[in-house]
Design a protein around this ligand. Structure first.
Ligand code: PGA
Length: 269
């Protein structure tokens, strides 16, 4: 972790936790915030060095916004269309998020690519549109197991990054774009990438960002790691120079575990 960039812990709840579960999660978090988090971690959160985010299912977004009001946890959406309104059955839009005060979106998750036909092209459209609308965007990318075994990891990352990311970033885009390297073989499998494997991919990504946007911008962009992150392995991952946080599925669903992830990250400050 490069301390200048800070750390971000983001819980991707996927298709878990409805409105009731979301309220219970938030109320547990409120009760245990001071008990479970050290002074150091709470200070890192309140001075903005450590970010805490959750991405609930669409139906839980408004309840989550209410339930987390007044806490340091921000709420974002897992899937948001690039158009602002129209005939897109099943989708939600940026203006809808703004109505309830949400500022974060997730784009390009491998499950969206794998099961819902998301392509590099649609990922780029969503990324560009959300940034233009003023959202913070977490852009996900990563190789499958067979791509890694065939020695194609870097070329897959290169393709996803070059096709999915905007050609240019404005000053405010730089503040708002976050990348998340998520090797597909590590997601939900318990097969976490080793800190060295994660760092290798993150360093490759950083170099891609230097080539595309220049050194100054590349140095500012956070690159999260995702794929079977747990309270036990988070510190080792975050100790790597180019790992700036975690995008966490399974281990973010229980408030105790989410707090432990924050505490693990906070201990590094
Ligand atoms: P996981 O999911 O932590 O359950 O592996 C991560 C993700 O898909 O974002």
């Amino acid at each position: 972790m490069d301390s200048k960039r800070g750390i971000l812990i983001a819980g991707n709840w996927k298709m878990n936790l409805g409105p009731k579960g979301t309220q219970e999660f938030a109320s547990h978090l409120r009760t245990n915030w001071k008990i479970s988090l050290s002074d150091k971690t709470r200070a890192a959160i309140s001075n903005g060095k450590l970010g805490a985010h959750v991405f609930p299912a669409s139906i839980s977004l408004a309840p989550a916004k209410e339930a987390f009001a007044g806490t340091s946890v921000s709420v974002g959406a897992q899937n948001v269309h690039y158009e602002e309104k129209g005939a897109f059955t099943g989708e939600i839009s940026g203006p809808m998020l703004k109505e309830i005060g949400l500022e974060w979106t997730l784009v390009g998750h491998s499950e969206r690519r794998q099961y819902f036909g998301e392509t590099d092209e649609s990922v780029r459209k969503r990324t560009e549109s959300h940034l233009r609308q003023g959202f913070h965007v977490v852009f996900c990318f990563g190789e499958t197991r067979s791509e890694r075994e065939d020695g194609r990891t870097n070329s897959v990352l290169e393709t996803q990054l070059s096709r999915g990311l905007p050609e240019k970033l404005s000053g405010s885009d730089v503040e708002k774009l976050v990348l998340a390297y998520e090797p597909v073989w590590a997601i939900g499998t318990g097969l976490t990438a080793t800190p060295e494997q994660a760092e290798e991919a993150h360093e490759y990504t950083r170099n891609f960002l230097i080539d595309r946007y220049g050194r100054e911008i590349a140095a500012k962009l956070k690159i999260l790691y995702g794929g079977s992150v747990t309270p036990e392995n988070i510190r080792g991952l975050l100790a790597q120079p180019n790992v700036d946080g975690g995008l966490v599925g399974g281990a973010s669903l229980k408030p105790e575990s989410f707090l432990s992830l924050l505490e693990g990250a906070g201990s590094l400050f």
